[in-house]
Design a protein around this ligand. Structure first.
Ligand code: ZN
Length: 201
């Protein structure tokens, strides 16, 4: 944050990545989870993703533990806005913009290395974990804490735990069901066999 050159390079790389985000669309996993929430079957989603695709799919209750690349935030005050116009401004001006409110330092509203996770979001995530009766972990290696503690806490409080991941995880020994498969394949298979009319979108 102290180096102007590093901040310029950060904005340059993020602006390139932003184009890929803008083109990305929700997949069958995002869409199925959004359906489950609409049907009252899913309390919400706790995610480490920063791409905003769960919201694009229609999910309402999404806890973004690592923030979002869809917004720009000030490091020095509470200002934040959608990223699109600010990324465009950076590209047009070729200089890092300052906070319009306090002249402070702007960056994408993601949690970068060295930043702490958002306290309120994390608190709600732990609340959901303690209240859940079924906790699904989807496509997480479950090695980074405190995120990896969430399924553990859910399990301790009596929830069933389902782990879906391509590879084994450190929490496999406490899971009620383990599915080692790519998410897309699993959700495609589930949608094929589902004959519940409420699951049709
Ligand atoms: Zn500011």
């Amino acid at each position: 944050m102290a180096s102007a050159d590093s901040r310029y390079e950060y904005w340059r790389q993020k602006s390139e990545a932003h184009r890929d985000f803008a083109d990305a669309t929700p997949n069958i996993t995002h869409n199925t989870l959004a359906n489950w929430e609409r049907n009252g079957r899913l309390r919400g989603i706790i995610t480490q993703n920063i791409d905003g695709l769960h919201q694009d799919a229609g999910s309402q209750d999404v806890l973004e533990l690592h923030g979002t690349a869809r917004e720009i935030a000030c490091m020095d005050c509470d200002w934040r806005e959608p990223a699109d116009s600010w990324v465009a401004k950076f590209v047009a001006d070729d200089r890092v913009p300052d906070c319009p409110k306090c002249n402070g330092r702007l960056k994408h509203a993601t949690v970068s290395f060295g930043q702490t996770l958002p306290t309120e979001v994390l608190r709600t995530a732990f609340k959901w974990a303690t209240e859940s009766d079924l906790f699904l972990t989807l496509g997480s290696s479950l090695v980074v804490h405190p995120t990896a503690s969430l399924p553990q806490i859910a399990r301790e409080r009596g929830a069933k735990l389902v782990i879906v991941n391509r590879d084994p995880t450190p929490l496999d020994s406490i899971a009620n069901l383990i599915v080692n498969a790519p998410l897309g394949e699993l959700f495609a298979a589930m949608n094929t066999v589902s004959n519940d009319p409420r699951e049709q979108s």
